[in-house]
Design a protein around this ligand. Structure first.
Ligand SMILES: Nc1ncnc2[nH]cnc12
Length: 176
């Protein structure tokens, strides 16, 4: 299997290069289970964050990073969920289309109330098209919060041109 060597904060990972669409390959970067990497990168992201009152991460791959950043900052974090569940009281929802498929993110009513009037950092593992970040931004604004920062470990592809993103490294995409 072809791999891409990622060097990050003194660590090295061999990322499998995977075809995700005809003629497009990405280096698969998954932090789930990688405690060493999460704990190494989180302080570097924390150093770059502005003043914030709250952290939001989209479900699911960025959750360990949001946990560690929240632990370092001594505050909780909120997960924007991908499904509306019956146990969510008055959820706040953002629906959008991505590659012709309907997607959504939502906040439970409780989490939405927590964000009202807060300066929020959106945290994720990788930012690529920026669609997820924009959906989470709309959701936070619907809840009455303000996005103070969007931060990720890596950006790839189109995201390299997005403005105002905090990130540690760029990840290449491979087009044929
Ligand atoms: N390179 C990548 N690896 C894993 N998840 C991703 N999501 C977007 N880009 C990704």
């Amino acid at each position: 299997m072809k791999t891409y060597t990622l060097e990050l904060c003194g660590l090295r990972r061999e990322l499998p290069v995977i075809e995700v669409a005809p003629g497009l390959k990405i280096a698969s970067f998954v932090i789930l289970g990688d405690t060493e990497l999460v704990c190494r990168v989180a302080p570097e992201i924390v150093k770059r964050l502005p003043e914030i009152d709250a952290i939001v991460t989209p479900e699911a791959k960025g959750i360990p990073l949001a946990f560690e950043i929240s632990r370092l900052l001594g505050m909780n974090y909120i997960i924007a969920r991908k499904n509306i569940w019956p146990y969510m009281d008055h959820p706040v929802i953002d629906e959008f289309y991505s590659k012709k498929k309907k997607r959504l993110f939502c906040l439970s009513g409780d989490d939405a109330r927590t964000l009202r009037g807060k300066r929020v950092a959106i945290v994720d593992d990788v930012i690529s098209s920026g669609e997820t970040i924009e959906a989470i931004r709309r959701l936070i604004e619907k809840a009455g919060g303000t996005v103070a920062a969007a931060a990720a470990i890596l950006v790839e592809g189109d995201a390299e041109g997005l403005e105002d993103i905090i990130y540690l490294k760029e990840l290449p995409v491979f087009r044929e």
